[in-house]
Design a protein around this ligand. Structure first.
Ligand SMILES: Cc1ncc(COP(=O)(O)O)c(C=O)c1O
Length: 379
C-alpha cells in the first residue's frame, strides 16, 4: 500500500512513537498531575518533557504557555471562542478549514462579525488585503499557515507583522505546516497557535496543542478538575491548568514527544527539503499527463506537503476510489472540510484529489502513483 494522505494524519509513524505509547501504557500509566505517588510523578514527567520539547521546537520561551488539546480543532475552538466577544470583528481568509469557519459562524449568533479575505486563484492571500480588512473593532486575525486543499503556504510572517503593527492578536492555524516548516513564534510574530500532534509532528491521533502568548487572556470554554487549587470551585488562573481540565492523553503525549524527537534527529530542514523534492516530482509528473489539472502554485517551494489535482471532469472521489481499489494508493478526495477554499479555486462541485506525501514517501512510490494516474486518465 502507498499512503499519500499525510495531510489528514501522518503514517507511518517513526517506530519510537509506538514504543513510547506502549511504554507509557505498560509502565507509566498513572494519572499525571493528580496523585503524588511514584507512577503519577513519572506520568507528570512525560507531560512536562513533551511540553518542553514543543517549546524548544517552536521557539516558545515558557513551556507552560502550551496547552495540550485533542487535535487542532479543539485548540482552535479554545482560541476563537475564548477570545471573541459580541461586537468584535475577526479578519480571516477564504482558505480556512471548517475548524476556523464553523466556530466563527457559531459566534455570529452572539454578534461577532467576520471578514473573509479572498485568496487568488492559486489560493494565496495578499497581506495588503488583510490589512485593508482591519476595522477599529478587529480583535483577531486568523490565518491558516498553509491551505489543506491546495497546499499553498500563506504569507503568515508578513501577516503576523501586520497584526503586531496594529496591536491585534494573530492566531495561526498550523495544522498544515507544523513539523514541515520551521516555526518560531517570536520571530514569526505569532500570538496564538493551534497545532496538531498527529500530522507533521508525527505523533499519535488524539494529540495537539495551543500556544498562548503571555499577556493574552482567553476565556475558558471548559472548566473542571486540574489537580491544582482543589479547594476552589472556580477555575485556577495558573498556566496551563486554566485551560487543561480533565485527564490528559498521557500515552499520546509520550508518542508526540517521540515524534518531535525523530524530526529533531533528522532535522526539520532535511524533512522540508525531501518534501519539496517529492512535491516537485508530483507536480511535474502530473502536469505531463493529458487531461490532468494541478491546482495551487506550480512551484513546490510554495507547497506544504499537499498537491491537488483533477483528471478531466471525473469526480475527484471516483479517482480516489480507483487509486485505492485498483492500485492500493491512499489519497483523499472531495472538499476536505474546506468548502470556502473550493469556492475560491473553482472546484466546489468536483472537489479535488489531494496527494499528501510524508517524510517516509519514496521516489519509487511517486513513480507508481504517477503511472496509476496516467492509466486513470486514459479511461
Ligand atoms: C488547515 C487545517 N486546519 C485545521 C484542521 C483540523 O485538524 P485536526 O484534525 O487536528 O482537528 C485541519 C485538518 O486537516 C487542517 O488541514
Amino acid at each position: 500500500m502507498i499512503y499519500l494522505d499525510n495531510a489528514a494524519t501522518s503514517w507511518p509513524k517513526p517506530e519510537g512513537v509506538a514504543m513510547a505509547v506502549y511504554d507509557c501504557i505498560l509502565n507509566k500509566g498513572a494519572n499525571p498531575g493528580r496523585s503524588g505517588h511514584k507512577m503519577a510523578l513519572e506520568a507528570g514527567r512525560i507531560v512536562l518533557e513533551c511540553r518542553e520539547t514543543l517549546a524548544e521546537f517552536f521557539g516558545i520561551d515558557d513551556p507552560m504557555r502550551i496547552i495540550f488539546a485533542l487535535n487542532t480543532t479543539d485548540a482552535l475552538n479554545m482560541a476563537i471562542k475564548g477570545l471573541l466577544r459580541p461586537g468584535q470583528h475577526a479578519v480571516t481568509s477564504s482558505m480556512e478549514h471548517n475548524s476556523v469557519a464553523r466556530p466563527l459562524k457559531k459566534l455570529e449568533s452572539i454578534g461577532v462579525e467576520t471578514t473573509y479575505v479572498s485568496a487568488d486563484g492559486i489560493g494565496l492571500i495578499l497581506p495588503d488585503d488583510i490589512e485593508k480588512a482591519i476595522k477599529p473593532n478587529t480583535a483577531v486575525i486568523i490565518l491558516t499557515l498553509a491551505s489543506n486543499v491546495t497546499g499553498t503556504i500563506e504569507p503568515y510572517r508578513e501577516i503576523g507583522r501586520i497584526a503586531r503593527r496594529h496591536g491585534i492578536p494573530f492566531l495561526l492555524d498550523a495544522a498544515q505546516g507544523a513539523g514541515h516548516i520551521p516555526i518560531n513564534v517570536n520571530e514569526d510574530d505569532i500570538d496564538i497557535m493551534a497545532f496538531p500532534g498527529h500530522k507533521g509532528l508525527l505523533g499519535p491521533q488524539g494529540t495537539g496543542g495551543l500556544y498562548i502568548r503571555e499577556g493574552i487572556d482567553l476565556d475558558t470554554i471548559k472548566e473542571g478538575g486540574t489537580g491544582s487549587h482543589s479547594d476552589l470551585v472556580t477555575q485556577p488562573d495558573i498556566m496551563p491548568d486554566r485551560y487543561e481540565s480533565g485527564t490528559l492523553n498521557t500515552p499520546g503525549i509520550a508518542g508526540l514527544k517521540a515524534g518531535i524527537d525523530y524530526i529533531n534527529s533528522i532535522g526539520i530542514e532535511a524533512i522540508r527539503k525531501h518534501e519539496i523534492e517529492i512535491c516537485g516530482r508530483i507536480i511535474d509528473g502530473l502536469k505531463e499527463i493529458d487531461g490532468v489539472k494541478v491546482y495551487g502554485p506550480q512551484n513546490a517551494e510554495m507547497h506544504a506537503g499537499v498537491v491537488a489535482f483533477n483528471v478531466g471532469n471525473m469526480d475527484s472521489t471516483e479517482v480516489s476510489y480507483i487509486l485505492d481499489s485498483e492500485f492500493e494508493i491512499e489519497v483523499r478526495a472531495g472538499l476536505h472540510c474546506s468548502g470556502l477554499a473550493h469556492m475560491t479555486i473553482g472546484t466546489f462541485g468536483q472537489g479535488v484529489v489531494r496527494v499528501s506525501p510524508g517524510p517516509f514517501t519514496t521516489e519509487q512510490e511517486i513513480g507508481k502513483f504517477l503511472e496509476a494516474v496516467r492509466q486513470i486518465a486514459r479511461l
